[in-house]
Design a protein. Structure first.
Length: 288
């Protein structure tokens, strides 16, 4: 089997009107671009159309600028917002973490082995515990302690680092701090958080122990974009696993951490592959 050639990625959204698929696919054919994967969705509630295409230029002299100039007029007829992503683009990612290392370990492993086509440029923490792990991977690690009194000052330093490393995506890999409203606004649409999902919802300390005391039969995790509503941002990915009376609190914690790792990975992968579209307070995830 031949290895898959890295594709260009085209994404767009626009009002729901006749001809939305045709205007894109017709142009792709006329420009000599082979469509390798296509997904679309028309949301009858919001009245918006979403499309994602992976394509392979058949000519040797493909130019993103030529593509943009030629397609712009057609896109304007549909009031279409669109983006083109090159095959060699690796998003620069900053990871924020506290003391739990399971999500960080997983992301760094997938980054190192190429499962995540990203460039992890910096790790930021409010604790020093995981610095050795960062050093082993050759990634700069910044320990920025935080107290209620220093919160805004600490977040200002985080912003400086985000800017310094040209960060495109921030991943909160069990960063156990609530971001301020201004920080949430600053990171709008480019920060992903992960947290446990238990039914009913158990808030506060030791949620898995609370769940065990209630005889919970399911544990899960939710990955979502950060916003000013604590743990209630637009959801990208979720995972669940059934449990029973034989699972003690430590078993629930272990299972929960496994689900958190995979769920966060899925969310980050969908984001960097341009599969996620924000649709008001919800998301559209195409082909993820």
């Amino acid at each position: 089997m031949k290895p898959k050639t890295a594709p260009w990625i085209f994404t767009a959204n626009c009002p729901s009107i006749i001809g939305t698929v045709d205007v894109v696919t017709r142009y792709m054919a006329e420009a000599g671009n082979y469509i390798d994967e296509i997904h679309s969705f028309d949301d009858r509630e919001s009245g918006r159309f979403f499309i994602r295409i992976e394509f392979l230029p058949q000519g040797e002299n493909f130019s993103a600028d030529v593509f943009a100039k030629a397609f712009a007029a057609r896109a304007a007829e549909f009031n279409m917002e669109w983006q083109l992503t090159a095959p060699d683009h690796k998003p620069k990612v900053a990871i924020m973490v506290s003391k739990y290392d399971h999500c960080l370990n997983d992301l760094l492993y997938r980054f190192r082995t190429g499962q995540l086509d990203i460039d992890v440029t910096v790790i930021i923490s409010n604790h020093p515990d995981l610095e050795d792990l960062a050093k082993w991977h050759g990634i700069p690690y910044y320990h920025l302690p935080i107290t209620p009194e220093s919160k805004l000052e600490q977040e200002a330093k985080v912003r400086e680092l985000i800017e310094k490393y040209d960060t495109e995506l921030v991943v909160l890999a069990r960063y156990m701090q609530v971001l301020s409203p201004s920080m949430c606004e600053y990171l709008d649409g480019r920060a992903i958080n992960i947290h446990h999902s238990l039914l009913p919802g158990f808030k506060g300390a030791r949620p898995y122990h609370q769940a065990w005391e209630k005889g919970v039969k399911m544990v899960g995790a939710t990955a979502h974009y950060v916003n000013n509503d604590l743990d209630e941002g637009p959801i990208i990915s979720q995972g669940i696993q059934t449990v029973n009376h034989a699972h003690y609190p430590e078993d629930l914690v272990a299972k929960g951490q496994d689900i958190e790792r995979v769920t966060l990975f899925n969310a980050v992968k969908c984001h960097i592959e341009k599969r996620v579209f924000l649709n008001d307070k919800r998301t559209v995830v195409l082909g993820g």
